[in-house]
Design a protein around this ligand. Structure first.
Ligand SMILES: [Zn+2]
Length: 375
């Protein structure tokens, strides 16, 4: 068994560029890691997040299923007897990890918090956040969720523009976003992780007792005046970087900007979409469509139909290129483009001094000469 896993698991260090640092020594010795591992049934811990089936009887048995984070069908592996799990796609070096590492990643908590929850028998399985998992069963957020979400949006906005949000504002400005852009997209800031009672968000208490509202930059997804999803860009160094408040539905980000345009740029992330809109909004609409691993939501399609071209400018990394390929395969209107100067994404290109408007204008000329001539 890999006994390194927990002790080498990344401890969330509060070294964010936009948060005050609060250094604290993790007292690893105060947790009996072996005892925690021994008492946690890994299959039970994982079962709310993915369906597993037994695929091998060696080493005490191995179970396989879709990864709670990156999907697939059988890449996520659990060996309950050995108390270890890994994902063949997204675990670094396919390294086996223990229950503590699982709880850290799934719940977005640090080592100490994960140990507390597992050791204390807290209702861990009731706090579930699956930003990359299959779409939630509910195809649309409930009215209760939307009311709670709007309250959070307003609270987070007030906090962002207050003293507590000073570093968060600097962080956003570092990403090229102007005050006007930040206000238009209604970004906000939450200083502390928070666990609301399920009822607040209209969640079924039988499924989850509490709903995590993670600390970080709040990115609300609006569509036709309604709130659909709340994503949070967490502190730098957090894994995963983004979490969504459970109960939302990722319909599409920026769909309203498509109106009146015959060309759009599809971005992988919200920050890129906001920056592209700020720099090139006169020329084109912007949209973030998520991974599209299950195709496009039928409610999104009507917004894309009036477009003649969608330039797909996903991240240069492997995952981004896979996502772009998937999107381009959906429609002949889609054209994959690449961020210049070896930048990984649009934000990085801007940070290098890149001319976002100039680049996108050039791409329009390449992929849709008729429109470039008219402009
Ligand atoms: Zn995975």
């Amino acid at each position: 068994m890999n006994t390194e896993a927990a002790t080498t698991a990344p401890i969330v260090r509060h070294s964010s560029p936009y948060l005050p640092t609060s250094p604290r020594k993790e007292q690893l010795a105060t947790y009996d890691v072996a005892a925690i591992r021994a008492r946690v049934d890994l299959l039970a811990l994982v079962s709310p997040d993915t369906q597993l089936r037994k695929v091998a009887t060696t080493r005490g048995g191995e179970w396989a299923g879709a990864c709670p984070w990156c999907g697939g069908t059988d890449r996520f592996r659990v060996q309950p007897e050995r108390g270890q799990w890994h994902c063949r796609q997204c675990s670094p070096d396919e390294r086996w990890q223990d229950a503590i590492a699982y709880a850290m990643r799934r719940d977005g908590v640090d080592f100490r918090e994960a140990c507390d929850r597992l050791a204390g028998g807290a209702a861990l399985s009731t706090i579930v956040n699956k930003p990359h998992a299959a779409p939630a069963a509910a195809a649309e957020p409930s009215d209760t969720w939307r009311a709670a979400g709007m309250a959070l949006v307003e609270e987070a906005e007030a906090s962002l523009w207050g003293e507590a949000g000073r570093r968060a504002r600097l962080y956003l400005h570092d990403r090229g976003l102007s005050k006007h852009t930040i206000r238009t997209w209604r970004l906000g800031y939450i200083a502390q992780d928070r666990y609301d009672a399920a009822e607040v968000w209209g969640a079924d208490p039988a499924e989850r007792q509490r709903v995590l509202v993670p600390a970080g930059i709040v990115i609300p997804w609006f569509h036709e005046g309604q709130l659909w999803q709340l994503k949070v860009r967490r502190r730098t160094g957090s894994d995963p970087k983004y979490l969504a408040v459970a109960g939302g539905h990722p319909l599409g980000y920026g769909l309203h900007t498509l109106k009146g345009h015959r060309i759009a740029v599809a971005c992988e992330g919200e920050f890129d979409a906001m920056l592209a809109q700020q720099e090139a909004g006169e020329l084109m609409g912007v949209v973030t469509l998520g991974s599209c691993s299950k195709g496009l939501d039928a409610r999104v399609v009507p917004h894309l139909l009036p477009l003649a071209r969608v330039l797909v400018a996903y991240d240069a990394d492997e995952e981004g290129q896979k996502g772009a390929a998937r999107l381009v395969s959906l429609s002949a209107r889609m054209r994959q483009i690449h961020v210049p100067d070896e930048a990984n994404d649009i934000t990085e290109y801007w940070q290098q001094g890149g001319d976002v408007l100039g680049w996108l204008t050039e791409e329009v000329g390449t992929h849709w000469p008729a429109e470039a001539g008219r402009a």
